[in-house]
Design a protein around this ligand. Structure first.
Ligand code: CKP
Ligand code: MG
Length: 301
C-alpha cells in the first residue's frame, strides 16, 4: 500500500552551467524540478512507498519526468497524461528562475481528479502552496486532497513555498494562508511565515501539531506542544541551494513516519539538505538510508 501521497507540478529543469549569467549561458543540464516531486523522491529513496499525483503533457518532457520518477520507485500510476497541454519547464541558474508553466498540464489539475485517484490508504499527504497557486482548478485539487486526508485520518504536511513570480503577496495570503492553517505538519521559511501573517504559536493554537521553521540564520527549529528543538545548518559546501527546503522536509518526514523524536527528525532533515545543497540539481543529492546514516555519523562530535 501507499504510505505517502504528494500532489504538485513537476517540470523539466534546464540548469545553466555554473558561473555564467543565465542570459549568457550556452550549456544546460537537464533534470526534473518540482517541490512535491523532490519530497516524493526524497522519501522514496529513504524506503517509503510514495505516490505522486499530477498531470504531465503528452510530450518528451512529460515522458522524461515520468521515467525519472519511476527510476526512483515513485508510484506514477495515477498521473494523467494530458493530450492538450504541455509539460511545464524552468530555466535557471543558482539565483534566477524563468518559469514556463502557465497553462501547463499540471495547471489543469482538478478536484475531480484527486477524488478519483484517492489516497490508497496513505498515512500522510504532502503538498506545497505552489500547487494551489497554479490555477483555481489546481487550488480546488489541493482542497480536495485536504478533505480526503481529513476524512481518512491521514496527516496533512504543508509547505507554503512562496514564489512571488506566481502571484501577488495578497493572493498568497488569501489562498495559501488559509491552507496553512489547515495543515497538521508545517514546513516553512521564517520570511514565508511572516508574509502569511502567522507564527508557530498561532498555528499550534489551531490545527498544527508540528511547525518546522527554517530561520534566516540557517537554524531550523521544530515547535510542538511539547517544546521546541533547534538544529543548525550542516551545509559545508554550496553547489546550488535550490531544493534544500524539500530535502529537509523529506528527511524530517521520513524520521517522523518511523516514530523518531523531533530532534532526530531535524538532524535527518538538515543532513539531507546539506547533501542536496552540495550537488547542483534538486534530486541528485537526495540520500538513501545508507548515505543518510553515513552523513549523520560524519556530523557527530
Ligand atoms: O524550497 P525549495 O528550494 O526546496 O524548492 C525548490 C523547488 O518547485 C524547485 O524544484 C522548483 O522547481 C520549485 O521549488 C518551484 O516551482 O519553484
Ligand atoms: Mg521551500
Amino acid at each position: 500500500n501507499t504510505e505517502v501521497v504528494t500532489l504538485g507540478e513537476a517540470m523539466r529543469l534546464l540548469l545553466a552551467e555554473p558561473g555564467v549569467a543565465l542570459r549568457r549561458a550556452r550549456t544546460f543540464t537537464s533534470s526534473v524540478a518540482g517541490a512535491e516531486t523532490n519530497v516524493a523522491v526524497g522519501l522514496a529513496r529513504l524506503g517509503h512507498r510514495v505516490r505522486w499525483l499530477s498531470r504531465v503533457g503528452d510530450d518528451p518532457s512529460g515522458a522524461h519526468v515520468l521515467a525519472t520518477l519511476r527510476a526512483d520507485d515513485v508510484d506514477v500510476s495515477r498521473v494523467e497524461v494530458d493530450p492538450d497541454a504541455y509539460t511545464g519547464f524552468l530555466i535557471r541558474d543558482t539565483e534566477t528562475v524563468e518559469y514556463h508553466r502557465s497553462g501547463s498540464a499540471a495547471s489543469r489539475l482538478s478536484a475531480a481528479y484527486v477524488r478519483e485517484a484517492g489516497l490508497d490508504g496513505a498515512r500522510l499527504v504532502h503538498v506545497s502552496g505552489i500547487t494551489a497557486m497554479l490555477s483555481s482548478d489546481a487550488r480546488e485539487a489541493v482542497e480536495a486532497l485536504f478533505t480526503l486526508a481529513r476524512a481518512s485520518g491521514a496527516w496533512v504536511s504543508f509547505d507554503p513555498n512562496v514564489r512571488l513570480k506566481l502571484g501577488h503577496p495578497d493572493r498568497w495570503r488569501e489562498t495559501v494562508g488559509t491552507l496553512l492553517t489547515r495543515a497538521d505538519l508545517v514546513f516553512t521559511g521564517e520570511d514565508e511565515l511572516e508574509l502569511l501573517g502567522q507564527t508557530p504559536g498561532t498555528l499550534l493554537a489551531g490545527r498544527a501539531q508540528t511547525v518546522v521553521v527554517k530561520h534566516r540564520d540557517k537554524v531550523a527549529r521544530a515547535v510542538t506542544a511539547d517544546g521546541s528543538w533547534s538544529q543548525p545548518s550542516l551545509v559545508t559546501q554550496v553547489a546550488d541551494p535550490v531544493g534544500a527546503g524539500d530535502a529537509l522536509t523529506s528527511g524530517y518526514l521520513s524520521a517522523w513516519l518511523r516514530g523518531a523524536s523531533p530532534e532526530e527528525a531535524l538532524r535527518a532533515g538538515a543532513a539531507s539538505a546539506a547533501l542536496v545543497v552540495g550537488t547542483r540539481t534538486d534530486l541528485e543529492g537526495l540520500p538513501d538510508q545508507g548515505e543518510l546514516t553515513k552523513a549523520l555519523l560524519g556530523t557527530e562530535v
